[in-house]
Write a protein that binds this ligand. Structure first.
Ligand SMILES: [Zn+2]
Length: 265
């Protein structure tokens, strides 16, 4: 098998375990089927996900110019409390922001080896959890827009992280923690006017990743530094491919890279 194509994040579907695929223009590659196989990944060139030009990728699959101008890379993406579409106020492009921000959002608790609070559009459940490598997740509140969800997250961040510790997430399965009890213990932190958005009687979701072997430590592969590597695929978790020799490849941080991927039996 050999494919040359533009790398975008892995598409994932719930299953036991979760099923991952890479969507290239010409074909779709089931990543689960590559487990146990030897792969070569080689950097060819850049292709910005927004302007499609061959310019160095800066972040999120965008070149520097697009990262600082695209409405899909505004600060409100990482910090939902900065959303302003509900005020009719533009950040970069009000039409895009209205469409993205003014829809139901979920505030959730997730355990990926550390417990965090997060915000996502309702339609991104469970994709968001899978992308973060969460093993347990619980919906905590459903709001009418991104700004309100951001305010709840800010209130809960006093007691919880909003970051995933990816090294911890990649080294072992997350131990079970009672997210439902944790939720009850932190609800008082949510401001009074946002309390009506709290969800009751939510299940704790369990997510199962296709990992045959966890690395003892985590060495990150970076195609900007070393443009080609070869390794046996041992697992998939979050947006990471786990290889032998304690090496991991973050697919997300290589969006916008055109790569050649080959596998041998
Ligand atoms: Zn660009």
């Amino acid at each position: 098998m050999q494919i040359t194509g533009l790398l975008t994040k892995m598409h994932a579907e719930m299953g036991s375990p979760i099923q991952y695929c890479l969507n290239f223009k010409e074909e779709t590659l089931s990543v689960n089927q590559l487990l146990g196989k030897k792969l070569t990944i080689e950097f060819s060139h850049y292709q910005c996900l927004a302007c499609e030009r061959e310019k160095e990728i800066f972040a999120m699959g965008y070149c520097k110019n697009c990262y600082f101008t695209s409405p899909y890379a505004g600060a409100w993406i990482v910090r939902p409390e900065l959303s302003t579409a509900h005020l009719g106020k533009a950040d970069r492009d009000l039409a895009v922001e209205t469409q993205m921000q003014l829809q139901p959002h979920i505030v959730y608790l997730a355990n990926s080896g550390g417990i965090k609070v997060g915000v996502t559009r309702k339609t991104e459940i469970p994709t968001r959890w899978i992308d973060q490598g969460a093993e347990y997740a619980l919906c905590l509140a459903e709001t009418t827009n991104r700004y309100e969800a951001g305010l709840i997250e800010v209130a809960l961040k006093q007691h919880l992280s909003d970051k995933t510790n990816y090294r911890k997430m990649l080294r072992q399965p997350a131990p079970f923690e009672d997210l439902a009890t944790l939720k009850e213990n932190i609800l008082h932190l949510i401001p009074q006017d946002l309390q009506p958005y709290i969800l009751e009687d939510q299940p704790i979701h369990h997510l199962e990743y296709p990992v045959n072997h966890y690395p003892q430590k985590v060495n990150t592969l970076n195609l900007k530094k070393i443009p080609r590597f070869e390794g046996t695929l041992l697992g998939i978790k979050g947006q990471y491919l786990i290889f032998d020799d304690n090496r991991v490849f973050n697919v997300r941080s290589h969006e916008g890279f055109v790569i050649r991927i080959s596998s041998f039996l």
